[in-house]
Write a protein that binds this ligand. Structure first.
Ligand code: FAD
Length: 803
């Protein structure tokens, strides 16, 4: 065994082998994979081998397309058969909701370049004569779907990696990982130790145990999963062509041809976490005892929909474990707070996803950033609230919901109230309908008291619509209060604070007592943050940003700290607070602070440490609503006092509570984008329009790429549109069309209550980005006329927030 390697990958399942292959392919050959047993000895050997492209996240779908398209090349490179059957596959809907869902998937596929089409039920019956099509109302066809041989695929990755110069060792269990002071790792096996620059945890079923070697507690959980294989079915034996693969959402079942019979798998509603306390080291090429009572009802459904299965004998019943993460998506990337430690865990559909995971991780390790935005898979989307127990609870929820519909206005019930503020019970009593982000509860909208706080999941406007309209009206005409604990706060203190931020942020830094907006870019010029930089003194800065992205940003800041004299801290949980917005906000604020808050005393974009509502506070004059606005940050124990002071002072000023939905509506009529939606690493400063905030006179990360694009002009641009609809709005990922051709896609939108228009933001080619351009947006399969609005529909000159 080598004593030195650039990267050691721990785990020889499909994920580890794909990473080894992609690293070698992209030029890092001095990488070694260590497998405790034979390759495939975790969940990879007993997978059902079905492959498909559909995923809740468009970039994951795109990567699933990449994975499937890689198989032929992999076979040629490795000389190892992957048993690929590109039969094509269908997704069948048995009710209107599912049909609408499939239309939305079709819309996404248009801009992802995936080739999905609806086929008639007659066509479905022709392609899969064993299906009872009377159970369905629609079917979406994807020619890429089919099946593969799981062991073949895993070995093909490993063999191809070896041909490219990388190596792997079986029967080489890693028993310890020790970090040296320079950040490199000693990877210990009983037969020797490899000294490596980086390590990758691809431990699959043992990801938790591998994590613990380095003090990392991962919120992943193996779940039991069943599928059955039938004996020969005469109708199949008589066919020349292989049957296509299929997914029946309502039945929560998937199926495909296996030999001359069929394979049928199901995600049963009673999910069974396996080995909650930890995966035994002795477990290997083994299966679990089938729990027929758990899946009987689902099998019944399957037999109804494929009647031939009723007559077929069951040859094999498989129950095997595989690992889920809290939201069902993989957890990959550099682990925040650790050096040179990479995760590739919780990959629950390895044969659809491992190619994409390997590609992104290899690009990230070698080039510093993946080619596309991998936020939906980034391990940094979770924080320490994502405990092992949280992992078990959420993984079970996700397992049971694998093929269930989640509506755009729906929040999932499990693992809630992990993080709350001091106002939680008060706001609940007031009627708050809660959502959670980064484990923290935040009010989405306010009903009339707790008994009224409910909403039906729907694609259409829900009953919340009128309540949100009321909140928006209060902000535009009087004053609204909203909690702002969910914003991230990053602090930078020390001699080099300004120097450091000047390099990391692309925008002009503010002077003491002031605030500035700034994009943060990657070396390739992609957006990595859209942040609010505040300067207290030249050695004391605070950055406000997306709460969801706080660990991602922490990781970024920490990775650039070397050589600077400053202390950085993610202080998001140290400051909660309340935002005030509306024409009466100044009057209210004046009642609870001794500071001069006139337009001269506290100017737009001023910030200071002071006292508000009797408590120490950071007071900033800012606005994401487009109104006169203030943000008051206080330590959590002062939140209740601040709130009570505001309520008391709000008497007679028309004070109302508003939630995130109202905030997202208010910003729409200002043409303002939001992080994780309109602004993310898929786009650049010039494309998003955030180049308006760049200081071109200084040097900063990503300048070269950003300047080149700024001068040449971007190929696409973020635009705001109004859409002619009656009772439905975009959520995101809808296709934008011009003359029937897909030209772009929606990144966010909804109803702008004050201007009373359905609106959306999205990216379109620059040639189509002019004010007034007529376009179409596809929502639930219907085309709606849309028009680009160049200037904000509300207060285009920004007089309200500056006044
Ligand atoms: C019944 C069933 C059906 C499935 N069907 C499908 C399907 O149809 N399509 C699909 O895409 N996916 C399917 N899956 C999921 C798929 O199998 C997994 O997503 C995939 O196998 C995950 O691969 P992995 O490499 O992450 O983990 P694993 O396969 O678990 O690999 C981890 C490897 O790490 C090794 N290891 C652990 N600890 C150490 C250590 N200390 N030192 C060295 N090596 C170590 C293990 O021995 C193991 O080989 C199915 C899973 C099951 C259980």
């Amino acid at each position: 065994m080598e004593s030195q390697a650039r990267v050691v990958i721990i785990g020889g399942g499909v994920v580890g082998c794909s990473i080894l292959f992609h690293l070698a392919k992209l030029g890092w050959q001095d990488c070694v994979l260590l497998e405790r047993n034979e390759l495939t000895s975790g969940s990879s050997w007993h997978a059902a081998g079905q492959i498909h492209t559909i995923s809740s996240d468009p970039n994951i779908s795109r990567l699933q397309g990449y994975t499937i398209n890689l198989y032929k090349e992999l076979e040629e490179l490795s000389g190892q058969s992957v048993g690929l059957h590109n039969t094509g596959g269908f997704y069948a809907a048995s009710n209107k909701d599912w049909y609408d869902y499939l239309k939305r998937e079709r819309s996404k596929a248009r801009y992802m370049g995936l080739d999905q089409e609806f086929i008639s039920l007659k066509e479905l019956a022709d392609r899969h004569p064993l299906i009872d099509t009377s159970r369905y109302i629609a079917a979406l066809w994807d020619p890429l779907d089919g099946d593969i041989d799981p062991s073949g695929v895993t070995y093909a990755y490993a063999k191809a990696a070896k041909k490219l110069g990388a190596s792997y060792h079986t029967h080489a269990a890693v028993i310890k990982t020790n970090q040296r002071s320079d950040g490199s790792w000693e990877v210990v096996t009983k037969d020797g130790t490899i000294h490596a620059e980086h390590i990758v945890n691809a431990g699959g079923l043992w990801a938790r145990e591998v994590g613990k070697f380095s003090g990392l507690n991962l919120p992943v959980q193996p779940m039991e999963h069943h599928y059955l294989i039938t004996e020969t079915i005469p109708e199949i034996a008589a066919r020349e062509e292989r049957l296509p693969a299929g997914i029946d959402y309502e039945g929560n079942i998937y199926f495909r041809q296996e030999g001359q019979g069929m394979l049928l798998g199901t995600y049963e509603p009673k999910a069974t976490p396996w080995m909650v306390g930890g995966t035994p080291q002795a477990f290997g090429h083994e299966l679990l005892e089938p729990q027929l009572e758990h899946i009987a009802e689902r099998l019944e459904l399957g037999f109804e929909r494929i009647p031939a299965l009723k007559e077929a004998g069951i040859k094999d019943m498989i129950n095997g474990p595989f690992t889920f993460g809290p939201d069902g998506n993989p957890m990959i990337g550099p682990v925040p707070g650790m050096r040179n430690y990479w995760a590739a865990v919780g990959v629950m559909a390895g044969f659809c996803q491992a190619g994409g995971v390997g590609k992104c991780l290899a690009e990230w390790m070698i080039g510093g950033e993946p080619e596309i935005d991998v936020w939906a898979m980034d391990i940094a989307r979770f924080g320490d609230y994502a405990s092992p127990d949280y992992g078990t609870v959420k993984s079970s929820e996700n397992y049971a919901r694998r093929f269930l519909l989640t509506f755009p206005n729906e929040t999932l019930p499990r693992g809630r109230r992990m993080r709350t503020t001091a106002l939680y019970d008060r706001l609940t009593a007031k009627g708050a309908v809660w959502g959670d982000g980064f484990g923290l509860e935040a009010a989405l909208w306010y009903a009339d008291g707790a008994d009224d706080a409910h909403e039906e999941p729907t694609f259409l406007r829900s009953r919340a619509h009128d309540y949100v309209a009321r909140e928006v009206k209060a902000v535009r005409e009087a004053v609204g209060l909203t909690e702002i604990a969910n914003f991230a706060k990053h602090s930078f203190k020390g001699r080099d604070a300004r120097l450091f931020l000047d390099r990391v942020m692309a925008g002009r830094l503010p002077k003491p007592g002031r605030i500035a907006l700034s994009p943060m870019l990657t070396p390739k010029g992609k957006l990595y943050g859209d942040l609010t930089v505040a300067c207290f003194t030249d050695d004391d800065f605070m950055i406000f940003g997306s709460g969801a992205a706080q660990e991602m940003h922490r990781r970024w800041f920490e990775s650039h700290l070397d050589g600077y004299d400053l202390q950085y801290a993610n202080e998001s949980r140290r400051y909660h607070g309340i935002g005030l917005s509306g024409p009466n906000a100044r009057e209210l604020l004046a009642r609870i602070t001794r500071d001069d808050v006139s337009n001269e005393g506290l100017k737009f974009r001023d910030i200071r440490r002071t006292f508000v509502g009797m408590v120490p506070a950071i007071l900033a004059r800012l606005s994401f609503s487009g109104e006169l606005g203030y943000e008051i940050y206080v330590e959590p124990e002062y939140q209740l006092k601040l709130y009570e002071s505001i309520l008391e002072a709000g008497e007679g000023l028309g004070l109302a509570h508003y939630g995130l939905r109202a905030l997202m509506s208010l910003r729409l009529e200002k043409n303002w984008g939001a992080w994780t939606l309109d602004f993310r690493p898929d786009y650049t400063a010039a494309q998003s329009g955030l180049d308006a905030f760049i200081d071109w006179d200084k040097d900063f990360i990503g300048k070269q790429a950003a300047l080149a694009e700024h001068e040449a002009g971007p190929a696409m641009k973020l635009v705001t549109m109004t859409i002619d609809t009656d009772d439905i709005d975009v959520s995101n990922d809808e296709a934008i069309l011009k003359d029937g051709e897909c030209v772009g896609y929606v990144t966010s939108g909804g109803y702008a209550h004050h201007v009373q228009k359905s609106m959306a933001l999205g990216y379109v080619p620059t040639a189509l980005a002019a004010d007034g351009t007529a376009l179409e947006v596809e929502i639930n399969g219907e085309m709606y006329p849309a028009k680009i609005v160049g200037a904000p529909l509300y207060d285009p000159a920004g007089e309200r927030m500056r006044g």
